[in-house]
Design a protein around this ligand. Sequence first.
Ligand SMILES: Cc1ncc(C[n+]2csc(CCOP(=O)(O)OP(=O)(O)O)c2C)c(N)n1
Ligand SMILES: [Mg+2]
Length: 889
Amino acid sequence: MSEENKHIDPDPRETQEWIDSLNSVLQTEGADRAHFLVEKMIDHARRQGVQLPYSPNTAYLNTIPVSRQQPYPGDRQLERRIKSLIRWNAMAMVVRANNEVHGIGGHISTYASAATLYEVGFNHFFRGPDHASGGDLIFFQGHASPGIYARAFLEKRLSETHLKNFRRELRKGGGLSSYPHPWLMPDFWQFATVSMGLGPIMAIYQARFMRYLIDRGFRREAGRKVWAFLGDGEMDEPEALGAIALASREKLDNLIFVINCNLQRLDGPVRGNSKIVQELEGVFRGAGWNVIKVVWGSEWDALLEKDDKGLLAKRMEEIVDGDQLKYVVEGGSYIRKHFWGKSPKLLKMVEHLSDDELWRLKVGGHDPAKVYAAYAHAVAHKDQPTVILARTIKGYGLGEAGEGRNITHQQKKLNEEELLYFRSRFDISLTDKETVKAPFYLPEKDSAEMKYILERRDALGGFVPSRSETSEALEVPDINDWPELIEGSGERAISTTMAYVRLLTMLTRDKKIGKQIVPIIPDEARTFGIDPLFRQLGIYSHVGQRYVPVDSDQFLFYREAKEGQILEEGINEAGSISSFIAAGMANSTHGLNMIPFYTYYSMFGFQRVGDFMWAAADMRTRGFLMGATAGRTTLAGEGLQHQDGHSHLAASVVPNINAYDPAYAYELAVIIQSGLEKMATDQEPVMYYITLYNENYIQPRMPKDVEEGIIRGMYKLRDGKLGEYPRVQLLGSGPILREALAAADLLEKDWKVDADVWSVTSYSELRKDAEDKTRWNIFHPDEEYQVPYVTKCMEYARGPVVAVSDYVRLVAEQIAAFIPNAFTPLGTDGFGRSETREDLRSFFEVNRYYIVLAALNALAKEGKIELSEVKQAIKKYKIDPDKPNPRNT
Ligand SMILES: Cc1ncc(C[n+]2csc(CCOP(=O)(O)OP(=O)(O)O)c2C)c(N)n1
Ligand SMILES: [Mg+2]
């Protein structure tokens, strides 16, 4: 049947007979039997060779028929008044902020479209933190924040000063952040959602992590839900839809998406030429979700009931979103002509309605009865996640000022006329004179509205959103618990990755914190040698293991288990970091101190999912980001897209990430131990980024008194041996530290130059300390000068400095301004390529010979040696002076 002919019925009588039979089954035997019969017919037709094209869609109607709609339990009148006040205050907040400071920004239209979606939730569904279940986790649509603040104002959680200071966070008395930012409002917001697309996928993994905690016995099933309120435009972000199959595969019936389908995004329609609701229905149904469409309000029920020929349903099907937006803007007579005017029968259906009444026929997302029915079904639904596709109008109530218009998203100011219209539309009891000043409206303390608000929230377990940290501090192991790492590897050459795997194994066995460790891996465990943990800890799977793994005869088989501890996320960095976030913020969402170790290819970290890391930082996530196979020259062979020489630069700009680039196993142990202490014992909102390498070498025993230096960022590893000769300072990190040590030997042997060697574990930690001290000195000119740690290290260190790492030069340059000595950074700027380590280090000019050359050059510049010696070195080490710069090749 062609798409166009599908609504034309050549034999209505026959059709009716079939429908009547189905109706009788529905009445006598119920929906399940009817469903069975229909499926059987379809199956039979297919077996007869009939081509039935797949359609993921149902009609453009509400999913829940009137007959299955529960009665509304609340006081509709009172709830409308409350909602109107919130609408008003949300609008006033934005308008006033922009009247005061032009361009301060804010959004009116998003909340205007979503008010009913939220208010039904606040009054009847959202469980607060004091609820016996522990409370729901709610992702609020970032641009709807004014409405959420406006409600908190009525709840007396925020003051008028707060509202006045919307988007003025530095003002006296405190301000409100533009969007949900737990970093800035740590008692209020739970989740950072405003970078579109991150919310949906993070919500999915929050729901999955909630399950994980239940399956592992940390928490019991109590009906907690994760709600994610999302924009329809937002669903174009690949991350938004990228993990929906996981949610259905894992049967996450604790997850509810509410997509605010106002059909518009920032510039214009989301899908002018088709229907976003239908498109999303298809996508989610195809992925196995329970889809509830809330398209039409109750006023349409009677009309649809009269629609025995299906003409109205057909007309609803025909129109595209572009048409629907035009109806909103043009009003009743246009709607009569262009929507109903398609056929005389349709026109007749609405002849009893005025133009204004036609225009006021609500869409589903603005009808509390329809929204309530959808939520009630969603929370009761089993074995599938639910998505509610709620049709709304962007800028609802703004009238000419932006209702349904293309400019609506950016609308921040209303003129007097528009304010008066808004006031009247929502029956706010303000005089004209008052209205034009856009005052905040707070009803009397003992008014019915205020009582109702508090009663409802009280019944549901307290206010949302609200964030608190209730986890207990944990005692963490001491480095002496890990002698293997501290005492060196003896004769055995091992990599820092191997040392890390040992450490992780010991950590998971630790009596105090072992169970709380959450290892997360995106299909790379074998690369890093973490696979032995599969057997030992098990890979988490809600359904356990329903098959015999191919390697079942081996000791270290691929073991999936319901109580498995490892989150093996597949080739999915965005999902893995979302799991990391869910685990790392469990202190606020579950009152549990969980410690995620997310181990991944360092190249596919900050540059692939950097925005998640920024959001994680905002949400005060704790945990270890372990960038494995790091280093542009250390990861040999893999080439340009794999060899990471810059993640440390990206890490260095996230304020609450401490980034380290250790060379030795004992350094790694000291860093992780101090990180554990910070996160689990002191409960600081800090993440650690640590690079791990796969080059094997003998791991030395930890020298005395180096722990503080390791944590602060550098310590001296080797003293020059010669004494009175010219001297240089060599700084090395990661495996390249060993090139610095080799260079020191060459300098002494070949050139009679004395060399001290320092291990730099963190340039960014050194810089942060130096910047703090410098800043303090500037502000306190007459007080004792504070010397940065890095400056102190170099205070008595004679001679020029050469700093080398497997990262771009800018990483080392972070400290250049804070040391008095001449400074030459060497690094791996440029594209990586497939080669051996040795050749790569020569190509990028970071091996021992280039270090020697840089050192001699610096000494010659200072007049400490002859220039001729530099030339000799070039010759001796066969360095081609005309070699092109690796950055440009
Ligand atoms: C990743 C990202 N890109 C762009 C933006 C800028 N932006 C903010 S809101 C918006 C439109 C939102 O449309 P929609 O998701 O439909 O939400 P609505 O306001 O219509 O409810 C855009 C593009 C953003 N916040 N995040
Ligand atoms: Mg939208």
